[in-house]
Design a protein around this ligand. Structure first.
Ligand code: SF4
Ligand code: ZN
Ligand code: ZN
Length: 309
């Protein structure tokens, strides 16, 4: 049966299963932007200087577009950051799309190369370590995002983590008995800690799905890279993500409720503060007892391997 927009009664163009509602394009945009604002405001966001990290994919492109549109209402000064990871055609195309969109939208932006910080590109770096590509890449991106935002004196880095990502991350943490991953990180807002050289984090799409981010790009004419990173092949998180297909068939609210349950359960725990100290090499915080952060360890290892060649 043809669905109707829950607001105006016109033919619907998208159904949001978990909320059992359908929208036309216009009212979907209203719904999507209301979700972004509500997610931030309910978690105590008062505005500030925000670097939005944009890979070129649908999630971060949707986030950049929405934050730019809502910047006055949210009281933010926005700059977009793209990190060129050096992953062949995938990175070239991602960078092109990013640059075209920021110019079209007249957003301040920065492009940096991972290689300039790491010494080598991501595909080269993963040859030197026995770790999954995404784990090396994630570590490098987090360090660079924090460094750039900190050096620019920005308050927050906003990232395009969506409901599919966060719910799967929590699921994997449970299935692999990594309870620390369940308790820490992935908050909607992590406050800045300038004394520790930590820039705050915003995850405004935590309750929006990949499907909603994709549709937001389409209805707004936002371009995005529509092929997957070649290094994501075999990523464990991607495999776990498939489990949601079954769960969502049984209960369309399952993914949303699962994520909210974990976030609310951990609010009730009194969490021990993690002990952070400045890294001896880069000065950014680390939990390592030898006071050398994972990013600097990676740099050292790469240098050693390069010298041996
Ligand atoms: Fe990096 Fe993995 Fe994302 Fe590719 S899929 S860009 S390797 S985190
Ligand atoms: Zn409508
Ligand atoms: Zn370091």
């Amino acid at each position: 049966m043809r669905k109707r927009c829950v607001v105006c009664g016109k033919d619907a163009s998208i159904v949001i299963d978990r909320a059992r509602v359908a929208f036309c394009n216009e009212h979907f945009i209203e719904y999507y932007e209301r979700m972004i604002k509500r997610t931030l405001n309910k978690n105590g966001f008062n505005g500030g200087k925000v670097v939005v990290a944009v890979s070129g994919g649908k999630d971060s492109m949707a986030l950049m577009f929405a934050l730019n549109k809502l910047k006055n209402e949210l009281n933010i000064k926005l700059t977009a950051l793209h990190i060129d990871l050096g992953i062949n055609d995938y990175s070239k195309e991602s960078r092109d799309i990013f640059e075209k969109e920021v110019k079209k939208l007249d957003i301040d932006y920065i492009v940096v190369k991972a290689e300039d910080y790491l010494g080598v590109s991501i595909p080269e770096a993963i040859k030197f370590v026995r770790k999954p590509a995404c784990s090396v890449c994630g570590l490098v991106k987090r360090w660079i995002m924090n460094k750039i935002a900190y050096d620019m004196n920005y308050d927050y880095v906003a990232t395009g983590h969506n409901l599919d990502d966060i719910s799967t991350y929590f699921m994997k943490a449970m299935f692999t008995y990594r309870s620390d991953d369940l308790i820490r990180g992935n908050e909607v807002i992590s406050p800045p800690k300038p004394d520790l050289k930590i820039v705050g984090r915003l995850r405004p799409q935590i309750f929006l799905t990949e499907k909603e981010n994709l549709f937001y790009c389409i209805v707004n004419g936002v371009n995005y890279i529509d092929f997957e990173c070649p290094l994501s092949e075999g990523a464990l998180l991607k495999k776990y993500k498939r489990i949601w297909e079954t769960a969502l068939n049984i209960n369309p609210m399952s993914q949303y409720n699962f994520t909210r349950s974990i976030l609310s359960i951990r609010e009730k725990f009194s969490r021990d503060e993690i002990k952070l100290t400045p890294c001896k090499i880069c000065g950014f915080p680390t939990t390592a007892s030898d006071r050398i952060c994972s990013f600097c360890k990676l740099r050292i290892r790469i240098k050693e391997r390069l010298n041996k060649q």
